[in-house]
Design a protein around this ligand. Structure first.
Ligand SMILES: Nc1ncnc2c1ncn2[C@@H]1O[C@H](COP(=O)(O)OP(=O)(O)O)[C@@H](O)[C@H]1O
Ligand SMILES: [Mg+2]
Length: 380
């Protein structure tokens, strides 16, 4: 699917912004602060999670507005998808409501089900620090990649976290905890964790294969290592998480043995919520965080492009890709190669930049929008 129409109402700086786009490259230009990133962020919110800025819902509401916001997108099938009917998906927050509403063709549904309609990937300036930040940032990155291939990953993670929160609460009870109740919670955690670990391992393995196939990429090649967050000596085999007879009792045993320690520190110390994705620069055999800023950017771009290939192979169609301010950081020849690669993948790619000249070589079929200070969009 690709986004053929987008409508934002009272979303951040946008009072009412509507646009129509085609598959292929979609380019947003305009001065700093006119609201380009806000448009891309709105698209990123059409997937499970809190969008690429990770913001609270209240931050998304236009400050001068009525107290709610809405994002709606019309999705059109790509020629290769085999699907025929367009779909309308949307999220919104009505004034005074505390949680967002998600709708598909007007029918309320869960945020996690959005990934069944649209696989969305992004690269933003904030991700420049991905390799320098703590593990939680890379874990979120890993989970985003994982759920574009395994949509149920998001549901397992939500359930795992809910059970873990209950375990932490129970361990903190002053009059002592009920071991039977804890057994049940740890069993629930283990069921979800088996899936989470399995899907992440699959993703890292498949993405690594994809990276190794990219012989002539102009962007750097990455070596990926998954730290599961819990000592798992053998990678999970089998075709699904259910085919792991040993992993669940193993996980339960770890949590059972660590109850008094976890109670003392007030949280669960081991588990997939502590995982990390370690990345190395292949050609330099060097951890990514020790390479130069430019090399880290090239690594990330290479990773994202490999993931686009993986999604295309697994889902039968490419994802929607959001590249915020990416073009400005590439030299002209790499920029041209990037446009060429993106066009050849056949999906929809949203790109932003301050100068329209950055996109001179983006091709005549690109949709181009200029946003001015009054948030008026013109195509050119
Ligand atoms: N909730 C909000 N209400 C009104 N304006 C907002 C809100 N959140 C952000 N903004 C404004 O949006 C603008 C930034 O838009 P952004 O999309 O990041 O710009 P750019 O075009 O540089 O990418 C800023 O001027 C900021 O003040
Ligand atoms: Mg911006």
């Amino acid at each position: 699917m690709f986004i053929s129409g987008l409508s934002l109402t009272d979303f951040r700086s946008h009072k009412k912004t509507q646009l129509q786009a085609d598959a292929g490259l979609v380019i947003l230009t305009g001065e700093n602060g006119v609201g380009k990133t806000n448009i891309l962020e709105a698209i990123s919110l059409l997937s499970p999670g809190r969008g690429f800025r990770g913001s609270q819902l209240s931050d998304l509401i236009r400050r001068e507005g009525e107290g709610g916001f809405a994002i709606s997108a019309k999705l059109h099938p790509l020629a290769v998808s085999g699907v025929v009917d367009p779909v309308t998906i949307g999220i919104g927050l009505t004034p005074k409501a505390s949680s967002r509403q998600v709708r598909v063709n007007g029918v309320a549904t869960s945020a996690n089900s959005l990934s069944e309609w649209l696989a969305i990937l992004w690269l933003t300036p904030a991700m420049d620090r991905l390799f320098l930040e703590g593990a939680s940032v890379r874990r979120r990155f890993l989970d985003r990649l994982t759920l574009t291939i395994f949509p149920s990953h998001a549901r397992h993670y939500t359930r795992y976290e809910a059970a873990m929160r209950q375990r932490n609460k129970l361990l903190a009870e002053e009059k002592g905890y009920d071991p039977l109740w804890l057994d049940g919670l740890e069993q629930m955690m283990a069921e979800q964790a088996a899936n989470i670990i399995f899907f992440r391992q699959q993703l890292v393995q498949q993405l690594s294969e994809q990276i190794n196939q990219q012989e002539d990429s102009p962007f750097a090649k990455a070596d990926l290592f998954l730290d599961d967050g819990i000592e798992i000596t053998e990678p999970l085999g089998g075709a699904s998480a259910d085919q792991q007879p040993d992993i669940m009792p193993y996980l339960q045993n770890i949590w059972q043995k660590s109850r008094s320690r976890d109670a003392a520190i007030g949280r669960t110390l081991q588990g997939p919520h502590r995982a990390d994705l370690k990345v190395a620069h292949h050609a330099k055999s060097m951890p990514a965080d020790q390479t130069s800023t430019g090399e880290q950017k090239a690594l990330l771009l290479g990773l994202i492009l490999a993931q686009v290939n993986l999604i295309t192979e697994k889902n039968g169609q490419p994802p929607v890709l959001l590249l915020d301010e990416v073009a400005a950081h590439l030299d002209p020849s790499r920029r041209e190669i990037l446009f060429e690669i993106l066009r050849s993948k056949g999906g929809q790619v949203w790109m932003s930049g301050t100068e329209s000249s950055l996109f001179d070589k983006a091709g005549s079929s690109a949709c181009r929008f200029h946003l001015d200070k009054e948030q008026i969009l013109t195509d050119f």
